[in-house]
Ligand binder design. Sequence first.
Ligand SMILES: [Zn+2]
Length: 304
Amino acid sequence: MPELPEVETVARDLHRAVTGATIRDATVHWDRTIRHPQPPERFVAEIAGATIRRVSRRAKTVLLHLEDGRVMTVALRMTGALLVVPEGTPADPYVRVAFALTDGRELRYRDIRKFGRIGLWPGGGLKSVGAGRGARSKRVAEDGRMYRIGEVFSGHGPEPLSSGFTVERLKARLGRRSAKLKTLLLDQSFIAGVGNIYADEALWRARLHPLRTADSLEEAEIRRLHRSIRKVLREGIANRGSSFSDYVSTDGEPGENAERLMVYRRTDQPCYRCGRPISRLVVAQRSTHFCPRCQPQPVASVGP
Ligand SMILES: [Zn+2]
């Protein structure tokens, strides 16, 4: 599943490719891809004629900002991809929504497993209202009420690469929580955009065992975790993402970060830091990779 670096790569590529382009028409081949507005015919009617002002990312979602202030969201989920193809490109059975651009090109949303969702929303602040406050529902009602774009992300935690994501902020969020680090990093309401790959990479880099609890971290460990999260994500972006499963960038090319991963899917291979074989365990139903020497097991706490 594409995580922050993969989605950021898609957004940057798309920004270069379609800024200033106008959508002439859209064709929906799979109705359930359209999340909002409903029905899909209404989505098609509302997107026609829209000009794309810029493309960005929030959490694991691509945002196409339109000239009139509205925002189209594309959540790629498992196998979604956005491709820009020249006029006359043969049809593709996995294209769920096709946007014909007035310049003749086509912006295609391709999705083999069909988990991805596209929405069109009124504009407004993208600032998350923060987990635990305001509307937390992850599901946005499909009724007549128009949700503003900020509400779509109201349940999401901070962006780890934003200037607001400081050591202090991470420390405050870890607080006295007894949740395991791996579980927390995967929780989108705790921190946005991190998934299984970058959670494992960040914990290895920070030399923290995935089963350590948030409240067991010392100041220096919180600093290491903060630095590590940002570093693995920045490196992932620099390498255009890790191409596991079906992630491809907008030109159809896989990312280059997979070969550079330190622990993810390296079970039994030597740790790049100490040479010990990498171990695997399952946390929160997700396969988790770590070095048993560099990331020591949490010791059972002894009462006072
Ligand atoms: Zn090691």
